[in-house]
Design a protein around this ligand. Structure first.
Ligand SMILES: C[S@@+](CC[C@H](N)C(=O)[O-])C[C@H]1O[C@@H](n2cnc3c(N)ncnc32)[C@H](O)[C@@H]1O
Length: 202
């Protein structure tokens, strides 16, 4: 669990941000695969570790790829087989929201101009995008079965043909709801970067 000293530590790069992100190679694959004019959406950003990494990969590529991050800023609450409230300390640190920390981290990493940040619920955010307008949507919000199914239902129509819908924590031991929701909804989804899942839209 992260604590106040983690949140107070200065940030200048995504590696300085508290989080669990380990699959940068997937982001590099996405940026190499999709061309200019694409938009990526990450749903569930926490303090911006994966989002700031993605912004760095996009900027380094020189490609014209837009990036949107979506998060309530209020955490996922207790979840997983251990019912851990992993984001609770950050919510408490921020007086009920970590949105300020997330935005501060984007600014500190030089990502604030490249990334549009939406502080809102996943399902409400999906309504802001036209159908088949997004190259890649990555789902990393709540990990219970019903939430993952709802996220997939909301974002699937927004992915363009040839685009990717993917998600984090595809691990039955920790998050069986993720594995079951993906399996029941998206036959053909595959393991990607060890603990990610990915579905390629025909
Ligand atoms: C596992 S964390 C994201 C970690 C981040 N992708 C990373 O790797 O650094 C999950 C995040 O989802 C957010 N979240 C949970 N339910 C949500 C919802 N319905 N809409 C938007 N964000 C949500 C939480 O606030 C939390 O920040």
């Amino acid at each position: 669990m992260h604590n106040a000293s983690d949140f107070e530590r200065p940030v200048s790069t995504w590696q300085d941000i508290p989080g669990w992100f380990t699959w940068r190679g997937g982001q590099e694959e996405a940026v190499a695969h999709f061309g200019d004019g694409s938009r990526f959406v990450e749903v569930g950003c926490y303090l911006g570790k994966s989002l700031c990494s993605l912004a760095e990969v996009v900027r380094g590529s020189g490609r014209d790829i837009a990036v949107t991050g979506v998060d309530t800023g209020r955490g996922s609450g207790p979840e997983g087989v251990s019912a851990v409230n992993a984001h609770g300390p950050a919510v408490e640190f921020g007086g009920g929201t970590f949105a300020g920390l997330l935005h501060r981290n984007l600014i500190a990493c030089g990502a604030a101009d490249l990334v549009q940040l939406l502080i809102t619920d996943s399902l409400a955010a999906a309504e802001l995008f036209a159908d088949e307008s997004l190259a890649w949507v990555h789902l990393d919000a709540r990990h219970d079965y019903d939430s993952v199914r709802a996220d997939i239902a909301a974002w699937l129509p927004k992915v363009r043909p040839g685009g990717w819908l993917s998600g984090d924590d595809y691990n039955r031991d920790w998050f069986p709801g993720v594995v079951d929701a993906v399996g029941d909804t998206l036959p053909g989804a595959e393991v990607w970067w060890s603990t990610q899942w990915r579905w390629l839209k025909p």
